[in-house]
Design a protein around this ligand. Structure first.
Ligand code: 5GP
Ligand code: ZN
Length: 145
């Protein structure tokens, strides 16, 4: 029996409604804390989303217990989906904030099976790491942890 995370839904949140079965969905997996559904606009065949049943806007507000469980579930789903769809690779992506591409403000994790030559995603253009800047950035982060 899994420990239940305290349920906290947000009024008018589409993913709260889907995660809690208020709006029906094709469900690949469900437990007390999460539902995994197919994305409405898939990047590739089988693109799915992990939705917590509790509402959290994003990574900044998700509680540590749910955060620790979500990646364990991502690993389980990656294995199952890769086998089921005969995929050649797998992306796990999670966007936070409008500038980072988040469009639905209920925490979710993208599970994207990849196929040879699918050209589905190119996530970033490589920049240049500068030693002086890295030193300064490292210090700033350490001060904020
Ligand atoms: P984000 O850009 O916020 O990381 O991802 C939101 C994702 O949710 C998008 O890939 C979009 O296609 C998907 N999406 C938006 N609305 C719905 C919906 O009502 N049902 C499902 N299954 N997916 C949705
Ligand atoms: Zn929600």
């Amino acid at each position: 029996m899994q420990a239940r995370v305290k349920r906290n839904m947000k009024e008018d949140c589409i993913f709260c409604k889907i995660a809690n079965g208020v709006i029906p969905s094709h469900t690949l997996y469900e437990d007390d804390n999460f539902r995994v559904i197919f994305d409405l606009g898939p990047a590739t065949k089988g693109h799915a989303l992990i939705l917590p049943k509790c509402h959290y806007d994003n990574i900044y507000s998700i509680d540590e217990e749910a955060a620790s469980k979500v990646f364990v579930l991502a690993k389980k789903m990656a294995g199952a989906m890769t086998k089921a769809f005969d995929a050649d690779g797998f992306n796990v992506i999670q966007n936070n904030g409008e500038e980072a591409g988040q469009t639905v403000f209920h925490f979710h994790m993208h599970l994207i099976p990849r196929y040879k030559n699918d050209n589905a995603l190119k996530l970033w253009k490589a920049g240049e790491a500068k030693e002086e800047e890295l030193k300064e950035l490292e210090q700033k982060v350490k001060e904020c942890i």
